[in-house]
Ligand binder design. Sequence first.
Ligand code: ADP
Length: 166
Amino acid sequence: MKEIAIYPGTFDPITNGHIDIIERAAGIFKKVIIGVAEETYKECMFTLEERVELTREGTKYIPNVEVESFSGLAVNYVMNRDSSVMIRGLRAVSDFEYELQIALANRTLSEEVETIFLIPQIKYLYLSSSLVKQILSAGGSINGYVPESIREKMAEKFKEKKQYEL
Ligand code: ADP
């Protein structure tokens, strides 16, 4: 039996939906390691360092949670961290096909790693990092969508980027 679970993802940026899943996982496993993916097929708004920093700050109140970055295949990362459990979150139907595909591909890559899906509260079912990015881009409030503790920091980082682009 493994006591460590790994929650890999892009976290661009972390939202209250991710936090909901992390709290649930932290209540089941002795330790939860959040793996912020270095390489991603998605174009990120925040750098790897920023994604790690925001995720770390947003989860620091949970004692058995650690945050780090990883590169390469998520299944290899899970095994390297001496775990066999990968946590993923399931939202509305739209996530299902994608998550099933990833979970089955990961099983083909490693039979040792089991994917466990957790479901957030209803209010987070339609919350995504993309939505947060859209709101930030339009200058709206992300109140209620991201952890209170990092809301300002996230908005500041976004503003800095905008200025830099101009
Ligand atoms: P990835 O690029 O690996 O999908 P994300 O950071 O977008 O990375 O998501 C990581 C995991 O968290 C995925 O399993 C995703 O479905 C889940 N997730 C994202 N937002 C929510 C949410 N609001 N509620 C529950 N799970 C979520």
